[in-house]
Write a protein that binds this ligand. Structure first.
Ligand SMILES: [Zn+2]
Length: 197
């Protein structure tokens, strides 16, 4: 997989190099952000972030996506590394279906059952594009910023070694506590949720 374009992106967190990779769905390119200090001869901090327009752009408190992206951008500026932004909104079911799932959640379904009710898997995300991007960048040892064991197992049959998992702990808020508990209790996410004991 070859990059489509590379450029420089100054942000409130600091300056990133931005790389756009091939289109995945709906003609939306996957994006990579990294700092100048990228040394691929050592294990590289990597965050694979799936697009969540409501959380990333609008600051939704229904989920923790925006805060995880914020945490990752700060982390990468501080420690170096790579953020891979995959265009698979709503755990891969798209924005419209995600909003339908929100309506079901308002009727009492949790985030997993709402997706199942709509006829989807609980999580339809696909991490192969992230593997291909890392391979193109010559990165073969990573320190993965994630709470999601599925992201670690996505590298099981690849030439990329996950040498460390770095947890992302976001303090729960009242609006996303149920969502975080479902991720922990029903979807295997490795969350401490310390703030709620
Ligand atoms: Zn989200």
């Amino acid at each position: 997989m070859n990059p489509l374009i590379e450029s420089t992106l100054p942000t409130k967190y600091g300056t990133f190099q931005v790389i756009a990779y091939k289109y995945q769905v709906d003609d939306l390119p996957n994006l990579v952000l990294h700092t100048d200090r990228l040394d691929v001869s050592k294990p590289v901090y990597v965050r694979i972030h799936s697009e969540c327009m409501t959380g990333d752009v609008f600051g939704s408190s229904k989920c923790d996506c925006g805060e995880q992206l914020d945490y990752s951008m700060k982390w990468v500026q501080q420690h170096g590394g790579v953020i891979i932004y995959l265009r698979q909104e709503g755990r891969g079911i798209g924005l419209i279906n995600k909003l339908k799932a929100y309506n079901l959640q308002n009727e009492g379904f949790d985030t997993k059952d709402a997706n199942l009710e709509l006829g989807f898997h609980e999580d339809s995300r696909e991490y192969t594009p992230a593997v291909e991007i890392l391979e193109d960048m010559g990165i073969n040892r990573i320190r993965l910023l994630t709470n999601n064991p599925e992201k670690i197992s996505a590298f099981a049959d690849t030439d990329i070694e996950v040498v460390e998992r770095v947890s992302i702990e976001i303090a729960p808020q009242s609006d996303n506590l149920g969502y975080l508990l479902t991720k922990k209790q029903r979807m295997g996410h490795l969350l401490n949720l310390k703030a709620i004991g």
